[in-house]
Design a protein around this ligand. Sequence first.
Ligand code: ZN
Length: 507
Amino acid sequence: MRQIAALRRAAAAPALLAVLAALPAFAQAPAVPAVAGEEKLLAAMHSISSHPLLGYVAELASPKYQGRLTGTPGYDAAASWAARLLAGWGLKPAGDRGGWLQPFPNPYTLVLSPGELTLQVPIPGTREVLARPYVYEKEYYPGSTSDSGSVTSDVVYVGYGITAPELGYDDYAGLDVKGKIVLMEPEVPVAPDPDVDLFLKWRPYSFHDYKVQNAVKHGAAGLAYNYFIVNPNNVFVKGFVSAAIGPTVLADLFAGSGKKHDEIVQSIRSTRKPASFPLSRTLTIRTRTEYHAEGIGANVLALLPGSDAALKDEAIIIGAHLDHLGMSDQLMPGANDNASGVAVLLGVAQALATGGIPLKRPVLFVLFGAEEQGVKGSEFYVAHPVVPNARVKAVINLESVGRGERIGAGAARDYPELWNAIDQNNRKYVHRQVSGTSSQFVARPRQDAAHFVWAKMPTVSFGTSGAKPVPYPTYHTTKDDVDLITPEIMEDLARLVFLTTVELANK
Ligand SMILES: [Zn+2]
């Protein structure tokens, strides 16, 4: 009830706006010297240090923010915390109605218990059934957008779960899945490379929403999804339950079928012919969740004005998603994904706002909401920009930048001016291994950068890699925590983004 009340308040007149309106306003642009010497530039760059950045990650990953699922009070609190820091450094609110937030409709689902995933194994020669319950996170997760409920039924393997008449392909052909649990693969049978045109024909079927809706259309009651992560990027359908299953469950479901899962998938991919069949296995999926159709998400927008009025529309945008997966019953800390990106953004914002470095063009900082729910915050921003998209000088997105020792500059190779600024500043001052790649994001969007690339803005999406392996999965699990963060890479990347931004803002 408390959450619902808080949401209603947010929907009526965003509660955060009221809180933030009380913050001191910074009406004047910072005084800008005509020329900044290299000494001053380097002093400002060196003011970026790993200690506060690591502190930001620890703050956001703490239980206080409940895993930052967009729409929840935990997310709102994280947005408020970030806006307070930005205000303290003298940035200006650039959200709706003079506030820091840009709200947008954002339904969400709370997962209230680990639920249950159980294989019902008949005992040979008896009428008894042995229940084999699986272990949360080790073997399964409750579906992040599942309805509450319990379904016990036979399992039918439906390949990729696609019905595409124009491609002559139907994973459901000749099958009866009414009231049953379907076992399904993510994505589509073809990859974007090497044949982009072929992939584009399949692309509409790669979305998680489509797969669930198609299962529902065929009368299925539940989904065992062979996509073993916590993932709120999916549709909620009343009465439909789901679970994300790991390798143990998959192996148990295929055991005794006379078929091997990897061979079946290989055959679908090589022949592009479905290979669906009923598995002689019975599963129970039980979930306890709470759906909030009325959810409201928000981006946080902060502006550092430029000194040249003629260039005021040619902003540099620096973005990072603030949200994560919430509580999948247990806390999903999201330290690398993407508290690290937020931390780097905040480090750059402070250095630019307080370092006394002249900026001709403005810099707009955007903390995106609902990246984890299908890059909804960046989609909404690009459709409702606060500086004209067509005149944006560059977009720098920060996505999972807190682990490892190498920097990847996704999409940057497609924009020579942007790439040269990154590459040259790195060679001159930062000295990390930075590799630029080319990306038009032809697959379903999995990063906020995609919407900016599609809107024809010069964009780079930074990520980091090369972390020491750990013996458990960290991507979208409870283990993406602050103890695995490498503070030095965040410091170096923040310095590189700072230098690149200063150069592009003044060119
Ligand atoms: Zn993520």
